[in-house]
Design a protein around this ligand. Structure first.
Ligand code: XMP
Length: 509
């Protein structure tokens, strides 16, 4: 494997993903991880990530003693390169000007750039620069503003790049990282088939003859996990899908049709009456989330008793949720927590006496999607936008009633089907319809109407922490508006949300 030591760059995860895409298993550890922790991973190479620090900061993060002496190749990126150079006796200075953005390498060569030809556009973001080389190193790339853009010491196999090879703005960065992997001699067999075989063997070893319970949300992670577990342990898996009545049109049937034929022992539970009953009269968004969370646990525990006993609880936890990185827990978990109390279907009580099975703990979402493809999950689910645990309840503004849900489901279905029909679905990260409590005056035929306003929202984002509203074509929006007011008579006005996040959130509640 390759160990990536994280010094706080926002791109650290991208390095891991790029290396995995190149077929090399790689893990992120905190920059200050102990030598023993790093050696547990049997690293064949180490990458020192970028980060916001300067090597001269009093509390600049540094690798543990002995790490830089490991007899494996080391690649320093940005801060990582400055650190390598500084430690080896070179000099690092605050550059006259901060270099930010794309830069052409005016010259490049050496092992890292082996086989690369033509122009090399490198993405830079730094204010410190290496100004004097340590002994044994040579400069292997430069730009107009940065005379030391890449360095290497072929004897000790220490390498450094001032730019970021992991971002898309460095188009040939992948080739450079592949060269580093070759230098490390890492086997390049990290691919979906290989992962599936390994995961199945791991699950079988962990579970033995035990029985496993899994909550299916209808999303890609839990559905894929259901397929994987069915392969690994067959009927000793019970997958429970709770229909809380807050799902999209036809969603329950879609999940059943996708999973049952592939051997998943799937129990679907109709809990619509309980959830809607508990939500009656409640209009505060946080209160709605709490109630849905509570009802979910109740229903799930009831089913667990009915079909139990179980020894294990399976969860679709992904790598970004557990990365031990410089910033502690990943931002998705901590950052938004104060704004909305995220309830996930599958967010289960801590006192359940199960051992956890979490086969996806080392995987990124795109790896799960690839596994899903090989396991036969239909693209409709495999490539689905995320859908919140509380479902349509937080898109039905104010009190949730059966009538309002019925309206919203039809609006949502027209919008989502329309996006697919016009080939726009995959270009959005998430799309949703919202039923607002606003009533306004309209005219239909010769008649005055006084009906509800539906809002459509589509966003593009990488991490859902910030988002841009999707620039959907006007003609498409016009078609959607027409279809909605023609087919859903309770709606006489359709608006499109043109607010980014921040200041708005993606959901309206
Ligand atoms: P916001 O609205 O905070 O949403 O910009 C960011 C992402 O989180 C999803 N979301 C939720 N997911 N339970 C969930 O499982 C929730 O309570 C919840 N609230 C928001 C939202 O759909 C978006 O993808």
């Amino acid at each position: 494997s390759v160990v990536i030591l994280d010094f706080g760059s926002q791109f650290t995860r991208l390095i891991t993903r790029r290396l995995r895409e190149l077929g090399a298993y790689s893990v992120i550890l905190p920059g200050t991880a102990s030598l023993e922790r790093i050696q547990q991973e049997n690293p064949q190479g180490i990458v020192l990530s970028g980060g916001p620090s300067s090597v001269y900061d009093a509390n600049a993060p540094r690798p543990a003693p002995g790490v830089l002496d490991l007899p494996v190749p080391i690649l320093g990126v940005c801060y990582g390169m400055q650190f390598l150079a500084h430690e080896a006796g070179g000099d690092v200075r605050r550059a006259g000007k901060r270099e930010y953005g794309k830069a052409d390498l005016t010259r490049y060569g050496g092992q890292l750039f082996g086989g690369i030809q033509g122009e090399f556009v490198a993405w830079m973001s730094h204010s410190d620069s290496v100004t004097q080389l340590p002994r044994g190193y040579e400069v292997v790339a430069e730009t107009e503003d940065t005379p030391v853009a890449a360095i290497e010491n072929p004897v000790t196999r220490r390498y450094g790049v001032q730019f970021h090879p992991e971002v898309v703005h460095t188009p040939k960065g992948g080739q450079l990282l592949a060269n580093f992997l070759d230098i490390c001699g890492v086997s390049r067999d990290w691919n979906a088939e290989h992962i599936i075989d390994e995961l199945i063997a791991d699950v079988q070893a962990q579970v033995g003859d035990g029985r496993v319970l899994l909550a299916i949300s209808g999303g890609v992670d839990s559905s894929t996990l259901g397929l994987l577990l069915a392969r690994a342990i067959g009927d000793r898996l019970t997958a429970v899908f709770i229909d809380h009545g807050l799902l999209r049109l036809g969603e329950r049937e879609q999940v059943e049709a996708a999973l049952r034929p592939l051997g998943v022992n799937l129990v679907t539970v109709d809990a619509r009456a309980e959830f809607l009953g508990a939500l009656r009269g409640v209009s505060d968004p946080e209160q709605k989330r709490k109630i849905i969370g509570r009802e979910f646990i109740r229903a799930f525990e009831r089913e667990a008793r009915k079909y139990g006993p179980f020894d294990f609880l399976a969860q679709g936890t992904l790598y970004p949720d557990v990365i031990e990185s410089a910033g502690g827990l990943s931002a998705d978990k901590s950052g938004a927590a104060n704004i909305k109390s995220h309830h996930n279907v599958g967010g289960l009580p801590e006192d359940l006496a199960f051992q956890l099975v979490e086969p996806f703990r080392t995987l990124f979402k795109d790896e799960v999607r690839e596994i899903a493809r090989l396991l036969g999950l239909p693209d409709q689910i495999r490539m689905r936008h995320p859908f919140p645990g509380p479902g349509l309840a937080i898109r039905c503004l104010g009190e949730v009633t059966e009538e309002k849900l019925a309206i919203l489901k039809r609006v949502d279905d027209i919008f989502i089907s329309g996006l697919r029909e016009f080939g726009l679905y995959d270009g959005c990260s998430q799309a949703l319809a919202i039923l607002t409590p606003i009533q306004s005056v309209g005219v239909m035929g010769d008649e005055r109407t006084y009906s509800y306003t539906a809002a459509l929202r589509a966003v593009t984002t990488d991490d859902f922490m910030t988002a841009e509203w999707a620039r959907l074509p006007y003609d498409f929006l016009a078609t959607m508006s027409n279809r909605i007011v023609n087919h859903v008579h309770e709606i006489n006005r359709v608006v499109y949300d043109i607010t980014g996040k921040p200041p708005a959130t993606i959901e309206w509640e």
